[in-house]
Design a protein around this ligand. Structure first.
Ligand code: WT7
Length: 653
């Protein structure tokens, strides 16, 4: 089988795995009753999920829907941190491990619910009393994967300040753009973090980000994680050490009863323009969605050790390292570092060391492990595992089967979970005790979620057909808007088809109605599960002095799913093609973040354009995919294609 064929998702719809009998028997959902319940009365179903939470005041109305704005559990008063912490303190969970943390160097910290509650209360007092943070303020967080990150988030939502977490791989410029967009006056960071044995000096990046004119940030709180090696410059008056602030902060703090619709957090994500959008999430609806999905999709039980390997800087970490698991009173494991450090078996040694029972990771990681070989997992006892999950991109059946066999020992259900930053919670996924799975398919929408695959006219496609994935009705954890840009919110999600949410993904139904995700249909690429806009990469390129024009495309990649290839034309004064390519790659990494560094930069005299001057990306994709070049009749100058193809192939060789 050629490699390309194994990347195609719809490989074999006839291979299927039934949930193991004893798994089903003990699962939160053992049969399809929960689907019927949700179908019979969707709103009553969501109310029954919301009732699992502690409300200071119950809602008056379950949903107010004024397209495209939803308000859920209207009139209700609730607090996310109270639900994740305080309510567990009156039960035996008081002394249960809430967070098990492992540092990259092998250090270990365990915070019980009691410990975590105390730290969150102290930090909430720091925010309120020492910085005057109030309900409705925005607080930016730029941190490595350490417990203080979870403490900071929980303290924000406890007082009703919205956090805006920026993944630690983003550049200084990405930070300045985001703090400016949401006008955040407080930033929480650490001196640095460890990644594959190297120190990432986060605080120095923050300093650079704040050195721009008119930065709204007045105060920076710094967690001393690395120490002297991080080489931190202390900016007196602006910078404050976390441990000094915490030393005398009181441990009692009342969680504030917040409106169900209060803004809980912003999370910036890439779209089809150069500017990332601040996705807004609510309080009551969001927490209802993540609590419900964490419980049923991962079949979370009291004695589970649950490990989601994402970074908290992405939505996966928000919903399924912190809020979903803690709201359920579960034990969530947090690992600071890289999967291959110091050895390629680090993940498996962690699974064995802590007896991890539920593992949630990304297809790109699974493909990397596959390429490293079977010996690494084989060295460790992985028999504690009882369920596996994947997220972030379509998983190719070959990787699915490897995961099932080599990690799951052939008897763990796999939940392939489809969702987005915007959806807040998992939308399409098997229920592990109920749904027979097919490698490469995310199977069906969860109870309460109404997903459909439609054609260009918005009509549902027949089984066997492909189309666009939409969500037909509002759900509690859905985004509430794009911060400061209501027009873009309407335009992006609600204009393609009237009254329904457009996901931007293509999907296909198989002969049994299973959903197979086919990837983005817009100008968004997915590199190792990280979302990037082609326009964002292009603007970073043309920002370089040598570059006059750029066209970025996503190209299939065996490990990363997709990588970025950019075609650029240069201005007259440049230093030669080879060095220019490398310089542009570095420039993009510096502008956006290292994960956005293009795999290849192809320098060309000219880009293929229509007579009206539009760049024909379709032809560039054909070149990169090694396909027969499509219709070129609309090209202004068709000779360009031949020379570009030659150049690309030379680079491949
Ligand atoms: C895009 C959302 C949701 C957390 C991680 C990414 C793709 C996500 C799957 C999956 C196929 C998937 C989609 C989606 N995606 N999960 N299981 N199968 N594709 O969040 O950065 O908001 O990206 O990731 O294309 O639209 P994100």
């Amino acid at each position: 089988m050629p490699e390309e064929a194994s990347l195609s998702p719809v490989l074999n719809e006839n291979i299927s795995f039934k949930p193991p009998g004893d798994f089903s028997k003990n699962a939160h959902a053992s049969d399809d009753a929960i689907y019927h319940l949700a179908q019979t009365d969707r709103l009553a179903f969501w109310e029954s999920q919301a009732e699992q939470l502690h409300w200071f005041k119950k809602w008056d109305r379950v949903l107010e829907w004024e397209e495209p704005y939803a308000r859920w559990f209207v009139g209700g008063k609730i607090n996310i941190a109270y639900n994740c912490l305080d309510r567990h303190l009156s039960s035996w969970r008081r002394n249960k491990a809430a967070i098990i943390w492992e540092g990259e160097k092998g250090e270990q910290r365990v915070l019980t619910y009691f410990d975590l509650h105390r730290e969150v209360c102290k930090f909430a007092n720091v925010l309120e009393q020492k910085f005057g943070v109030q309900e409705g303020d925005r607080v930016t967080i730029y941190m490595p994967m350490i417990p203080e990150l979870a403490i900071a988030m929980l303290a924000c939502v406890r007082i009703g300040a919205a956090h805006s977490i920026i993944f630690g791989g983003f550049s200084a410029e990405s930070i300045s753009d985001r703090v400016a967009d949401c006008q955040s006056s407080l930033l929480i960071t650490a001196d640095g973090g460890y990644r594959a044995g190297k120190v990432i000096a986060l605080k120095n990046i923050v300093d650079k980000a704040l050195a721009v004119d008119g930065s709204p940030v007045k105060d920076v709180i710094v967690v001393a994680h690395i120490g002297a090696e991080a080489g931190v410059q202390h900016n007196t008056g602006r910078d404050h050490y976390y441990h000094e602030l915490m030393a005398d902060s009181p441990a009692r703090h009342e969680a504030r009863p917040l409106d169900s619709e209060a803004l809980a957090f912003l999370l910036y994500t890439s779209g089809t323009t150069g500017k990332p959008k601040g996705i807004m999430h609510s309080t009551g609806g969001y927490l209802t969605g993540v609590t419900y999905t964490a419980k049923y999709v991962f079949d979370l039980k009291e004695d589970d050790v649950y490990w989601c390997t994402a970074d908290i800087g992405w939505i996966t970490g928000h919903s399924y390292i912190v809020y979903g698991p803690l709201s359920n009173g579960a034990t969530t494991l947090m690992y600071e570092g890289a999967p291959g450090y110091p050895g390629k078996d680090r993940f498996w040694s962690i699974v064995a060391k802590y007896g991890v029972t539920l593992l949630y990771t990304a297809p790109t990681a699974i493909r990397t492990f596959m390429s490293w070989g079977d010996d690494y997992p084989a060295k460790h006892d992985l028999t504690s595992l009882r369920l596996l999950g994947t997220v972030g991109e379509p998983i190719n059946p070959k990787a699915w089967l490897w995961y099932h066999e080599k990690i799951g020992g052939g008897n763990c259900p796999i939940v392939d979970t489809w969702w987005q930053t915007e959806t807040g919670n998992i939308m399409i996924s098997p229920l592990p005790g109920v749904t027979p799975t097919k490698p490469g398919s995310a199977t069906h929408a969860l109870p309460g979620i109404e997903a459909e695959v439609v054609d260009d006219q918005g009509q549902p496609v027949a089984r066997g057909q492909a189309g666009l994935l939409i969500i037909k009705s509002p759900w509690p954890a859905m985004l509430r808007g794009i911060y400061g840009d209501p027009d873009r919110y309407k335009q992006t999600y609600w204009s393609r088809f009237p009254g329904v949410y457009f996901t931007g993904d293509g999907a296909q139904l198989d002969s049994e109605g299973y959903i197979w995700l086919l990837g983005r249909v817009d100008d968004v690429i997915n590199v190792s599960g990280h979302r990037l806009g082609t326009m964002e990469v292009e603007s970073a390129c043309v920002d370089h002095a040598f570059v006059s024009e750029a066209a970025a495309i996503g190209v299939a990649h065996e490990i990363k799913g997709q990588t970025i290839v950019v075609f650029v034309s240069l201005t007259a004064e440049h230093t030669g093609e080879a060095s220019a390519s490398e310089e542009i790659r570095q420039h993009v990494a510096a502008k956006i973040g290292a994960f956005a560094r293009p795999e290849k930069v192809i320098i060309t005299q000219e880009l293929p354009k229509t007579r009206s001057g539009k760049i024909m990306r379709r032809l560039l994709r054909d070149i990169a995919d090694g396909k027969v070049i499509g219709d070129t009749t609309t090209l202004a100058d068709s000779s360009i294609i031949g020379s570009l193809k030659e150049k690309y192939e030379k680079l491949e060789a």
